[in-house]
Write a protein that binds this ligand. Structure first.
Ligand code: IPM
Length: 360
């Protein structure tokens, strides 16, 4: 298969982890006789430094002609100190989501057997956790009207959803649930928010189309608690933009490190793949950034193009690296100095030679 991939490494640890994902994709291309080409673009704080904006036209054009987008991370604390700044790194990511209508964000949360002890939750609570979060990504409070009063003392964010926006992601979440444990939980705040009431009504109306899926409804506050107490109860979680952001970060605690969580965001025509973690600028260029989330995002890319054997091989490589403790310091207590690159190299070697790869 021929694939042109737009690579947007972004800020902080983004370039380091993305380099490992690209390395893994190149190994897959070699092993399975595919032709993957990679075109690089700037986004986020690094784009602001170079061009003055977080999402330059050239980057949009690059993504337009690509089959898929591989994204690294975004953000820089410098901008966090100026809350009123007109230009911010995050505009790069939000702009991509909006430009390409990437409305369905899929975030798998899997507790790996070999590293259950890395979680701050108890092993017996998290064992066998396997959740798929469907987060709506192009609407809600993130993209609603925002105002500041002239005197600077009042600010408004609007959370708006339409039936269309809810239905299109909900169909995907129901279909995903049908292929899994056939359970879907809508997370909302329908006891308070009008937008949540609409979500709940629409899902109730859609549920009869998917009689094989057991639908439950949970308020966001309760869902946060339940995720931390008994994450195993969830199969597919469907939720709006901001609740999905918060819950998926919490999910990083369940699995032991946010550096393990991959994601894919889809429109009907375009797909973008990215680790859910941020730029973690303090850790950049030290070799300590965990590349697994970026590598698993590359595996999601392969799955998206129905390269299932290829994706499985990448995931097996990740499993083996975790089993042998070939991991960065966020997870490792066994070996010192396993760097970002070393983890990428190990998974690359595994792809080249699955039966013989060990730590050397
Ligand atoms: C994420 C991030 C982004 C979000 C930020 C960087 C804008 O936290 O992808 O989860 O809030 O969506």
């Amino acid at each position: 298969m021929k694939l042109n991939i737009a690579v947007l490494p972004g800020d902080g640890i983004g370039p380091e982890v993305t380099a490992q994902a690209v390395k893994v994709l190149k190994a897959i291309a070699m092993e399975f006789n595919h032709v993957f080409t990679f075109d690089y673009g700037v986004v986020g704080a690094s784009a602001i430094e170079k061009t003055g904006v977080a999402l330059p036209q050239e980057t949009i054009a690059l993504c337009e002609k690509a089959d898929a987008i591989l994204f690294g991370a975004i953000g820089n604390a410098v901008y966090d100190m100026d809350p009123m700044a007109k230009i911010r790194p995050e505009q790069g990511l939000l702009g991509l989501r909006k430009t390409f209508d990437l409305y369905a964000d899929v975030r798998p949360v899997i507790a790996y057997e070999d590293i259950l002890d890395k979680s701050s939750l108890k092993k017996k609570q998290i064992k066998d956790t396997d959740i798929l979060i469907y987060r709506e990504l192009t609407s809600g409070i993130y993209f609603g009207e925002k105002t500041f009063s002239d005197d600077g003392n009042t600010a408004t964010d609007t959370c708006q959803y339409t039936r269309f926006q809810i239905e299109r992601i909900a169909h995907l979440a129901f279909i995903a649930a049908q292929k899994r444990k056939r359970k879907l939980t809508l997370v909302d705040k329908a006891n308070v928010l009008a937008s949540s009431k609409l979500w709940r009504k629409v899902i109730q109306e859609m549920a009869p189309q998917y009689p094989d899926v057991a639908v439950s409804y949970m308020y966001i506050d309760k869902a946060a608690m339940e995720l931390a107490i008994n994450p195993r109860q969830f199969d597919v979680i469907l939720t709006e933009n901001m609740f999905g952001d918060i819950l998926s970060e919490l999910a990083g605690v369940i699995v032991g490190s946010i550096g393990l969580l991959a994601s894919a965001s889809f429109s009907d025509k375009k797909a973008m793949f990215q680790p859910i973690h941020g730029a973690y600028n303090k850790a950049s260029n030290q070799g300590i950034a965990n590349p697994i989330a970026a590598i698993l995002s590359a595996a999601m890319l392969l799955d998206h193009f129905e390269l299932y054997d290829e994706a499985s091989l990448v995931k097996e490589g990740v499993d083996k690296s975790l089993k042998l403790h070939i991991t960065t310091p966020d997870l490792n207590t066994k070996y010192e100095h396993i760097t970002t690159i070393k983890v990428g190299d190990f998974i690359e070697d595994f792809i080249n030679n699955p039966d013989e790869t060990n730590l050397n």
